[in-house]
Design a protein around this ligand. Structure first.
Ligand SMILES: NC(=O)c1ccc[n+]([C@@H]2O[C@H](COP(=O)([O-])OP(=O)(O)OC[C@H]3O[C@@H](n4cnc5c(N)ncnc54)[C@H](O)[C@@H]3O)[C@@H](O)[C@H]2O)c1
Length: 326
């Protein structure tokens, strides 16, 4: 019997499109029908590598019945308009993180998805790996006992040119940590935060952010994110998750399998690629073909953004820290 393959199209053919292309290539139930980017050469390059054609416009994608799922891979400022267009045209949507700048925009996307009866899944890729899904199961089954602490570290150098595409480390990348915490442990009760400005010469955004949260049972969560450095030590914290409870723990490191690759920051880190493969597989096989909810939903994106905004308010007000004098 022929396997049913869900047809996907990409809007946006930049760095992250490469990762989505690799994920589709690995997935027996999806295929790339085509790509649209405002730069036609970029569309052609991704289509040549991963399949399908270069579309000339977004409307051409929306009119194509072979496209069931649209991957929205343009910068965040364009997400809102593009995602709503896709949903209204009857397409499912996988939209890159951070999904939106404002909570009100996320609520509008949720309403549009509900109205259309389509799935709009935030591309919260870090949790769609077997190791993180196993950690969640062990936590939920009580195998780790009472959870005492969660640590998520990220140390991947981004030069100023690459970092300029993204802006705030807190909004752009610490959001991975935050939706991971929401998935693994639920909603925190209290929060504190710090940022630092260390290696950029021109960019006026932070290159490091740290957020600490306390969960209702007292567990303390440490979220650390740096674009300022790579960790060159013998036990590198490139991306590291550790959860410890009274009866057990889980440790998961992106350093466990690597190869040389020029695909930009994160390229060659197999666990990073596995997250994209896992999210595409989940979207296609669980959400579209089996009518399930994503593991991390637009409601999680809303709460993640509320945590980011609270962290920003703490840093801006200076109320989360006391100055020391020696
Ligand atoms: N999940 C992750 O780990 C991860 C990693 C990197 C980036 N991202 C996210 O993916 C999105 C894209 O990031 P990127 O690194 O690929 O950026 P990028 O700048 O490399 O690529 C963006 C592409 O979108 C195109 N584009 C911009 N505006 C457009 C428009 N209105 N219509 C059509 N094409 C348009 C540009 O020409 C460019 O090719 C961002 O939201 C970013 O935050 C996620």
């Amino acid at each position: 019997m022929a396997i049913r393959k869900v047809g996907s199209a990409f809007i946006g053919a930049g760095i992250v499109a490469e990762m989505h292309g690799r994920a589709i290539k690995r997935n027996p139930t999806s295929r790339l029908v085509g790509v649209y980017d405002q730069k036609i050469a970029a569309s052609k390059a991704i289509a040549k590598k991963f399949g399908g054609k270069a579309y000339r416009s977004i409307d051409e994608i929306l009119d194509d019945p072979k496209v069931e799922l649209v991957h929205v891979l343009v910068p965040m400022v364009f997400h809102q308009d593009v995602v709503i267009k896709c949903l209204e045209a009857g397409k499912h949507v996988l939209v890159e993180k951070p999904v939106a700048q404002e909570v009100s925009e996320l609520k509008a996307l949720k309403a549009a998805a509900e109205k259309a009866g389509k799935v709009c899944m935030p591309a919260h890729n870090y949790i769609y790996t077997p190791s993180i899904m196993r950690a969640k199961r062990l936590i939920d089954e009580g195998k780790l006992g009472d959870i005492c602490g969660l640590w998520i570290f990220f140390n991947i150098f981004h030069d100023e040119k690459i970092a300029a595409r993204y802006g705030s480390v807190l909004r752009e990348t610490t959001v991975h940590h935050i939706y991971s915490m929401l998935y693994l442990l639920g909603r925190p009760q209290t929060i504190t935060a710090m940022k630092s400005y260390i290696h950029y010469k021109k960019l006026e955004v932070e290159d490091q952010a740290a957020v600490m949260c306390q969960m209702p049972n007292g567990a303390i969560v440490n979220l650390w994110c740096s674009f300022a450095l790579n960790d060159p030590t013998n036990d590198p914290w490139t991306v590291l998750y550790k959860v410890l409870g009274t009866k057990g723990g889980v440790s998961y490191s992106w350093n466990e399998a690597q190869y040389e690759d020029n695909g930009g920051p994160g390229g060659g880190l197999t666990c990073y690629e596995d997250g994209f493969a896992g999210e595409v597989d989940y979207m296609v096989n669980q959400c579209i073909l089996a009518d399930m909810q994503p593991l991390s939903t637009l409601d999680d994106a809303i709460d993640a953004l509320k945590i980011v905004e609270t962290a920003e308010r703490i840093v801006d007000s200076g109320r989360g820290s006391l100055k020391l004098k020696f």
